[in-house]
Design a protein around this ligand. Structure first.
Ligand SMILES: NC(=O)c1ccc[n+]([C@@H]2O[C@H](COP(=O)([O-])OP(=O)(O)OC[C@H]3O[C@@H](n4cnc5c(N)ncnc54)[C@H](OP(=O)(O)O)[C@@H]3O)[C@@H](O)[C@H]2O)c1
Length: 259
């Protein structure tokens, strides 16, 4: 049996559990199962892994994407730069192999961390980009926003974070003037604002300054069309929700676990 799972807290509903369970059924992977593990304290992670010796892969969600790094033996360079991990590969080690690799732990497994959010965002954004999308606003400054920033940097797009907190080099929502909106033709919502059940909520930006040259990307995928995207459409902007990114990051995790 190959076991996969999700750690986070609280886990009210799990996209990943549904996605992978359906995938296993559809593709006839009878020896695979996926379980959601609500994990309040990361210090319980080694115990969880010991108790589930069949585990080969984990997805990581809020609030553990950053803290989990301290429990890993190896960090993919992109995850290191982003400083957030949403995918762990669990490699069983032969004790001798572990000894020579210098990674001998009481678990005798090696935990490798990756960030597949960045991959999902990049692959879903790229086809929509035009030359004029060279400056961006990233709404939010959490784990997802870091993956977004990493990708924009990689693509040569300069960006500014917009935050409710007054932090150096970041804009506040109140500072978003007509000039700033017209100067940043790519706007990414990397906050949970507008997510079900609070579907009436939307990021507090001056939508009236949007144009048909704007691209609005919402990492939120439920509902499919948030108020953020809906209001963008009203002003002629191109819009994209987070569903494709979600599927791409899941498939990338699957590739990593099976590589
Ligand atoms: N589509 C996908 O594949 C995918 C992948 C990853 C994440 N996501 C989604 O991306 C969103 C952000 O994820 P995350 O892990 O980065 O979440 P997070 O750490 O909980 O929040 C990100 C940031 O959002 C801002 N924020 C939170 N509540 C807000 C509010 N009420 N009003 C304005 N800003 C608020 C905060 O920034 P400030 O305090 O600086 O304002 C916070 O740092 C979530 O909805 C998540 O589901 C989607």
């Amino acid at each position: 049996m190959k076991k996969f799972g999700l750690i986070g807290y609280p886990i009210t509903h799990s996209f990943s559990k549904k996605y992978f369970t359906e995938k296993f059924e559809k593709q006839g992977f009878e020896d695979c199962e996926y379980e959601a593990f609500p994990l309040q304290n990361l210090s319980d992670l080694p115990e969880l892994i010991k108790a589930n010796p069949d585990l080969v892969g984990l997805n990581v969600t809020v609030p553990h994407k950053i803290g989990v790094i301290y429990f890993l033996d190896k960090l993919d360079p992109a995850a290191k730069e982003i400083d957030a991990v949403n995918c762990i590969k669990i490699v069983n080690q032969h004790p001798v192999e572990a000894f020579f690799s210098g990674e001998l732990s009481s678990l005798q497994v090696r935990l490798e961390g990756y960030n597949t959010d960045a991959y999902g965002f990049e692959m879903s954004l790229k086809p929509l980009l035009h030359k004029h999308h060279h400056k961006a606003l990233i709404l939010g400054a959490g784990g997802a926003a870091r993956a977004v920033a990493y990708v924009l940097h990689k693509l040569g797009i300069t960006y500014t974070h917009v935050s409710r907190r007054s932090i150096k080099k970041q804009l506040s929502y109140k500072q978003l003037s007509k000039d700033i909106i017209r100067d940043n033709l790519l706007i990414i919502n990397a906050t949970p604002v507008g997510t079900y059940p609070h579907i009436e909520a939307f990021p507090d930006i001056p939508y009236e300054f949007l144009t048909s040259k704007h691209l609005l990307y919402d990492l939120v995928y439920n509902p499919a069309e948030t108020v953020f995207l809906n209001r963008g459409k009203e002003y002629g902007a191109e819009v994209k929700n987070g569903l494709e990114m979600l599927h791409l990051q899941a498939e990338k995790a699957w590739d990593i676990w099976n590589s």
